[in-house]
Design a protein around this ligand. Structure first.
Ligand code: HEC
Length: 190
């Protein structure tokens, strides 16, 4: 009989046991659902298989991709077209015609090699100065001074590491030198 007398110590042990049972039962119980009998588990844990169901083939695909809606603020006005960087200036200087400018640009960005040191749009680069900022190192910026320096090159550069070869290293006719000069002349502020 004495075995069944609940001593305070046994009562405490029984309480601990009951509490442990409750925790285990809660852990095994149904997960919180959405009220319609569906469990949230598969969304949170793709590897989870609800009791009594076959593993879904979707499981092999890993975590689902959640589509995200992103709000985009559309501008009220359509963007205005931006002029390309090498667009000709709105107004060409006297003595420079549109065909001259276009021919000069083609030479500059092609056979003349100018772009390789002075940048595609004459903005300057590691090997040659900006040719459109109105600031000149060797010349006064007039048409004749431009023609001449392009013809002979710069054997002794002042601010850049290597010399500029005559005509950029190309063979250019007098007309082509004139076209290149016209192109650069028109790019510069006056
Ligand atoms: C190999 C590189 C290189 C090439 C190619 C080149 N240049 Fe130059 N250019 C230079 C250098 C370097 C200078 C002188 C910079 C200095 O003195 O510090 C110069 C100077 C100039 C100047 C005078 C700039 C000033 O401020 O006085 C003009 C104009 C010029 N180049 C136009 C051209 C044209 C047009 C072409 C193509 C036909 C061309 N360059 C090709 C490197 C080059």
């Amino acid at each position: 009989m004495s075995r069944h007398v609940p001593t305070p110590r046994r009562r405490a042990a029984a309480r601990v046991f009951a509490a442990a049972l409750l925790i285990v039962a809660a852990a095994c119980g149904d997960r919180p659902g959405d009220g319609r009998g569906y469990t949230q588990e598969p969304l949170e844990r793709p590897g989870f298989i609800p009791r009594g169901e076959q593993p879904s083939p979707m499981r092999e695909l890993g975590r689902p991709n959640y589509a995200r809606a992103v709000a985009i603020d559309l501008p009220e006005e359509p963007a205005t077209a931006v002029a390309p960087a090498d667009a000709p200036p709105a107004e060409l200087p006297p003595g420079v015609t549109q065909p001259m400018f276009a021919a000069g640009e083609t030479l500059y960005q092609g056979r003349g090699n100018c772009f390789s040191c002075h940048g595609m749009n004459a903005e300057g680069g590691a090997l040659g100065p900006d040719l459109r900022d109105g600031a000149w190192i060797h010349i006064d910026g007039s048409m004749p001074s431009l023609v001449e320096i392009i013809r002979v090159g710069v054997a002794q550069p002042q601010q850049y590491p290597a010399a500029m070869p005559a005509m950029g290293g190309a063979q250019l006719s007098a007309d082509e030198l004139e076209q290149l000069a016209a192109y650069l002349y028109a790019l510069n502020p006056r």
